[in-house]
Structure formats: structure tokens, C-alpha cells
Design a protein around this ligand. Structure first.
Ligand SMILES: [Zn+2]
Length: 308
């Protein structure tokens, strides 16, 4: 697994599949993989994993259980071609019966029990299948768009248009802002939209016409009124819930006074490493368990192991 320097492995990374990017445009190559008796399918239903057992385990079924037309190629690992299939057009009961499942569950709810490669495969499947459901028609002329390249491209069926539609990824920046002076403190905020509550790092989508660094400067200024002195890249994480990638940065503040926007951000405050350790210990929280903010905050704490 490839990880950013100083950062523990981040959730949904470490796929371990060869995506066959240079071969998947060849329909006969893809058909050969689908017909391989070892081929397996990850079935999903309306963004949920189909599961069996208690505790629930995401199902892997032989490729022959699914119509080849519905298969989207994810990649091959250890000689096993792996596909995803979207059963969202069926009712929940029909989907369960089709693959012998007894339940459905969100990938993020299953995350704690999943090996890294498994979580990465399921998140990848979920993101790709979501895109297919939202890209049934061409945005240029409104004609139907059909699946190509084993599910990694859609093409407008209007011969006068023929627009190529590639899976869409929406980048977002997430930033650990720290003071420029010792002892270093980091800035965390309470977000109005947070389901978990508590403090987390500042994040936001990149807008058209911005560099990633521009987006970091703008988001931090908008949300907490803090101008930045330096911004540096740390690492990234696929976040296909439904279509994101999180790009992590460390920044130092040029001014430590905080002024929250009151709409997205309810409150923001500076934490010393000791205060953050106490907060994590008393609440059991240090960012989302499956997200890059947990890895970034953990790395920041580890850098100052002896610092109060
Ligand atoms: Zn078109």
C-alpha cells in the first residue's frame, strides 16, 4: 500500500486490484474475464452493500449470477477478475433474493470490520455505480448514453454528438491549520452539518478556476476568518460518498484570531496537543474513524509526543 509520508494508512486506500486501464476498452478481453470461472461480483443496491450473516459481511458472488450486461469491471487481484453490479432497478426484496443476501448496509457502517483492500474495493464499486446511475443521458444533447470500456466510460448514442462521458470526481480540500508559534496549536471546528457532532478539521469543495492551494486559503478565510502563511500537501483519500476525493493539507496561520461564519461553522477553537489528547480521550472522538482527518490528527499528535 502506498501511503503519504508520516501518515498511517487512510481508509478506502490500498485497493490491490489491477484495473486493466490499458485493456478494458477491448470488449473481447472483458468478456473473457467475465466468463472466467473464478470471476466474482460485488453486488450493490442503491449505494448499499448486499450482506449476509450477523455481523453482516458484504457478499461476493460468482459472476455467472449476474447478467453480463450489468457488470462493471473493477480489476483483477491474484488472478481473480472482480466486477461490480448495480441491482438498484430491483426492489430490495428482489435484490436480496437475486444474490442470496439477507440484508443491506452502508459501507461506512461496515468499515471497522473490513480489511483495507475490501473497504477500498467496495468504496470504488459504490462510486462507479453511483456515477452510472447519474449519467444515463448526455448533458450536451440529452440523448441516452451507453456503457463502454467495461463501465469506465459512457458515450452519447446520438451519432451527431458522440460526447464521451468519463466518471466524475469532485475534489475537496481538508486542512489542518496550526499556529506558526510554539507550542503549536491546531484549529478545529464544530460543523452545523456534522452528524457525529464534536470538533473536526476544516474542509470544502474546490471551485472552478482554483488551484488546490487557492481553495485551502479561501475555505479557511470564509469559514473561520484566518489568513494563512503557508500551505503544504500531506496526502489524499478517495471519498466516493458519492463522488469525492479528499486532498489533505497542513497550513500555518498568519493570524490566530478566529471569526466563524455562523452558518456552516458553529464554533472553532485552537487546541494544544495536550488539549486534543484530552478531548479525544474524554469523547472517544478524533475525526471520523474512516477518514483522512483521523490520520492527519493522529500524525500531528505523534509529532509532539512529549509536548503538553
Ligand atoms: Zn449527446
Amino acid at each position: 500500500m502506498i501511503t503519504a509520508p508520516g501518515l498511517a494508512p487512510v481508509g478506502y486506500t490500498g485497493l490491490g486490484l489491477d484495473r486493466g486501464g490499458d485493456q478494458r476498452a477491448d470488449p473481447s478481453w472483458v468478456a473473457g474475464l467475465a466468463a472466467d470461472p473464478r470471476a466474482v461480483v460485488r453486488p450493490l443496491w442503491r449505494d448499499q452493500c448486499l450482506t449476509a450473516g450477523e455481523p453482516p459481511v458484504p457478499l461476493v458472488v460468482p459472476a455467472e449470477r449476474v447478467d453480463p450486461e450489468d457488470l462493471v469491471f473493477l480489476g483483477s487481484g491474484d488472478g481473480v477478475p472482480t466486477f461490480a453490479a448495480d441491482l438498484s432497478d430491483l426492489s430490495r426484496d428482489e435484490a436480496l433474493e437475486r444474490v442470496g443476501a439477507d440484508g443491506t448496509a452502508d459501507i461506512r457502517a461496515l468499515f471497522a470490520g473490513l480489511p483495507a483492500g475490501e473497504a477500498a474495493t467496495l468504496a470504488y464499486a459504490r462510486g462507479l455505480l453511483f456515477w452510472h446511475r447519474r449519467q444515463r443521458f448526455c448533458g450536451c444533447c440529452g440523448s441516452a448514453a451507453e456503457r463502454r470500456n467495461a463501465g469506465h466510460l459512457r458515450v452519447c448514442t446520438n451519432p451527431d454528438c458522440g460526447t464521451l462521458l468519463f466518471p466524475r470526481i469532485e475534489p475537496a480540500v481538508i486542512t489542518l491549520v496550526e499556529t506558526a508559534t510554539e507550542p503549536r496549536r491546531c484549529l478545529l471546528a464544530r460543523h452545523r452539518a456534522s452528524k457525529l457532532g464534536g470538533y473536526s478539521m476544516l474542509a470544502g469543495f474546490v471551485e472552478i478556476g482554483e488551484s488546490l492551494e487557492d481553495a485551502v486559503h479561501r475555505e479557511i478565510l470564509e469559514e473561520v476568518g484566518v489568513p494563512l502563511r503557508t500551505v503544504g500537501y500531506v496526502g489524499s483519500q478517495p471519498w466516493p460518498f458519492p463522488a469525492g476525493i479528499m486532498i489533505g493539507f497542513r497550513a500555518t496561520a498568519a493570524d490566530e484570531s478566529v471569526s466563524v461564519d455562523g452558518t456552516e461553522i458553529l464554533e472553532a477553537r485552537w487546541f494544544t496537543r495536550g488539549e486534543l489528547r484530552d478531548y479525544a480521550e474524554s469523547t472517544g472522538r478524533l475525526g471520523r474513524p474512516d477518514s483522512i482527518d483521523r490520520a492527519m490528527l493522529t500524525a500531528w499528535l505523534a509529532e509532539g509526543e512529549e509536548t503538553p
